[in-house]
Design a protein around this ligand. Sequence first.
Ligand code: FES
Ligand code: FES
Length: 409
Amino acid sequence: MNIITLTVNGNTIQKAVSDRTHLGDFLRDTVQLTGTHLGCEHGVCGACTVLLDGEPVRACITYAVACEGRSITTIEGYESDPVMSRLRAAFQAHHALQCGYCTPGMLATARDIILRLPQADEQRVRIELAGNLCRCTGYMGIVSAILAVLQDLREYPDAQVQLLRVAIAEGRAEPIDAPQLAHGFTSFEAKRQLGSPSESSEQPPVRPVIQSGVADTQGQEQQVQQKGTKVNASFDVPFGVDAVWAFMSDLKAVASCLPGAQIESETPEQVAGKIAIKFGPMAATFKGSATIERDAAQRVAVLKGAGQDSVSQSRATGDVRYQLEALSAANTRVAVELLYTLQGPLAQFSRSGLVQEFVRRMVADFGKNVSRRLASPDMLEAPQAEAINPVGVMFSILWQKIKSLFGVR
Ligand code: FES
Ligand code: FES
């Protein structure tokens, strides 16, 4: 046995420890700080990530004796940390945890990303998170939460966070001073809803988490809570802008052109129904409803839908914002921005570029259906055979990718 002296969450402690005890076991069993989770104990899953002298390390592959004289911060030690308070609120707002097993390590890594990479985009965040595994969330909410904090800090710089960033950039990653939390378990509390009256006294104000702005109809920046994957696409329709707008502002008409959609009930402002998707081995039928908001002056409309698949219990939301532009008297361009989220078992499929390409193809099919419906107004439904041919679409995407790899046009 060895007697080691180290600082944990700001308090100096002295404990006996064997040569082979790793830091994770030491924190959990000897210091009773069980917020540090152990998953693989091989340095792979990241659940045990803690700060050692201000830098993230895997507690499961760090010997406790090697921490003699050093400073450790565990998930229980971030109460006064300006980054972690933002991350906690963002994780809650973006549903970035389910079972919570990965969350202590995920938060430690997220904090590191916020401090080291102020300009990180989604791809960079995903790369940085590669060492932290989560088997519940599909990562959508986690990535959204981190991006939201990054964006918020870009728009509203925080002096305390800036000091931490400068320290890290200069190689002075500093331990967090939270001496009152050195011993015993302090839970990662379930926080109240954002905006509830009890929030203000508990933590620094966290502004609405924002990932991106969407220009509203006055051309101003409208703050939106974005959590999801955004896909932009456009299609051209061989009809004048007035005719296309008249069609595209009809909720039932628009919904009936969505590939795989079936309308079950409708009012002028809301339709209910289902939309079937299939990607690889996964198939789902999302049942739900959609509403539409229109701005005739700007020729902008937003279709907002949400639904749930009863088999997989996956949930999906999608905002389809489209804007019309007259290309000529007889031709109109429809620019479509789709922001979608998937939660539940299907969420794992929402990450790949292949899926985003698949969505672009769906938008293209949607455009074809719009053209057909405009050409044949009496057609009751969009042609379903073409709408629901995901396997064909998928092979088509793969074939295009293979061709581009070999330079075949
Ligand atoms: S428990 Fe340490 S990396 Fe998995
Ligand atoms: S929330 Fe369960 S493992 Fe990540």
